[in-house]
Design a binder for this molecule. Structure first.
Ligand code: ADP
Length: 195
């Protein structure tokens, strides 16, 4: 199986690249942000709870997020593998994911991180906010808070996977296709060597 964590700050292009990668490698896309937004739209209990955190630019609590991912994996298991987009975002989530995959006799193959400068990210998110209808993309304060949370809670995951020998950084500026080529290269290496 090819289990890839597509990593990077808000606005780095994870959603765009995930869509291309799942097609090329026959993987299943799990975007925790998308699953939360689906629940918000349908006004489920999970959606109401998640919205109260997301609109402030905060993380949804680990336990809630981990339970949601466990359900997703049970219901959508794909023998080819997964792209995890926006998950894990904390060390606790990384530990939970390791256990979930271990229970299914598999493991994370690689974390690939899109590296983009913060000024470019703010620009992209404000631009997306004009058309996406996402409340969390419309205020610069909320966006800055998401970066703060990212730096404090999520960025340390890079070191976590690096210590496991499972981390590759990819330059995230350039055209969508250029970045896709860089990511594909990383996935090709890991799928060939089974590293
Ligand atoms: P982005 O990466 O552009 O901020 P996402 O769609 O990945 O967008 O996430 C939107 C919001 O959903 C996050 O700011 C956070 O509040 C919540 N969220 C998404 N994934 C997680 C997660 N793994 N743990 C906790 N909260 C999450």
């Amino acid at each position: 199986m090819l289990n890839i964590i597509l990593f990077g700050p808000p606005g780095a292009g994870k959603g765009t690249q995930s869509a291309k990668l799942i097609e090329k490698y026959n993987l299943t896309h799990l975007s925790t942000g998308d699953v939360f937004r689906f629940n918000i739209k349908n006004e489920t209990d999970l959606g109401v709870l998640a919205k109260s955190f997301i609109d402030k630019g905060e993380l949804v609590p680990d336990e809630v997020t981990n339970d949601m991912v466990a359900d997703f994996l049970d219901q959508n298991f794909n023998d080819n593998g997964f792209i995890f987009d926006g998950y894990p975002r904390t060390i606790q989530q990384a530990d939970a994911l390791a256990k979930m995959l271990d229970d299914k006799n598999t493991t994370i193959s690689l974390m690939v991180a899109l590296e983009v400068e913060e000024d470019e990210l703010v620009k992209r998110l404000l631009e997306r906010g004009k058309t996406s209808g996402r409340a969390d993309d419309q205020s610069e304060d909320t966006i800055r808070n998401r970066f703060r949370v990212y730096q404090e809670e999520t960025a340390p995951l890079a070191m976590h996977y690096s210590d496991l020998g499972k981390y590759r950084g990819v330059h995230g500026m350039g055209s969508v296709d250029e970045i896709f080529v860089r990511l594909s290269h990383c996935l090709d290496i890991v799928s060939e060597t089974g590293e």
